[in-house]
Ligand binder design. Structure first.
Ligand SMILES: [Zn+2]
Ligand SMILES: [Zn+2]
Ligand SMILES: [Zn+2]
Length: 132
């Protein structure tokens, strides 16, 4: 009996935590990392571990309520299915975020449905081009 009570208590705390995290998530716009979201969540949920945050974000991504991308070898997330594109200089390695909207040719090559995309464009940046 006691055990059941403890389990119930644990469950309701987890559910409450999840609801709080859901609310926190809604307040974020743009791209964010798990660590950033963790810092954000800690303000209201001081005992939240980073593992909980990873699990939560993974679950959300699986449900397609969250979108994930790779940025600087780190995973970044977004609430909306934004595109995440980089222009990387092959000489100085500088990376710029760019906005690519026209994906007509990509669409033609994909039989499924596109949710979001990430494109890394490599080249020589303006600064390096002037130097050479
Ligand atoms: Zn997506
Ligand atoms: Zn990026
Ligand atoms: Zn460069």
């Amino acid at each position: 009996m006691l055990l059941i009570l403890i389990i119930n208590k644990q469950m309701s705390r987890n559910t409450k935590q999840k609801t709080e995290l859901e609310n926190d998530l809604k307040r974020i716009s743009g791209f964010f990392t798990a660590e950033e979201f963790h810092n954000h969540a800690l303000k209201r949920l001081p005992y939240t571990g980073i593992a909980t945050i990873y699990r939560f974000l993974k679950e959300k991504t699986k449900k397609r309520e969250l979108h994930s991308y790779m940025c600087d070898k780190r995973t970044v997330y977004s609430n909306s299915s934004n595109n995440h594109c980089h222009f990387i200089c092959q000489i100085c390695g500088k990376k710029q975020h760019i906005d690519i909207r026209d994906v007509g040719s990509i669409k033609r090559n994909i039989k499924g449905t596109i949710c979001h995309f990430q494109i890394d464009v490599t080249g020589v940046c303006e600064r390096c081009r002037e130097k050479s």
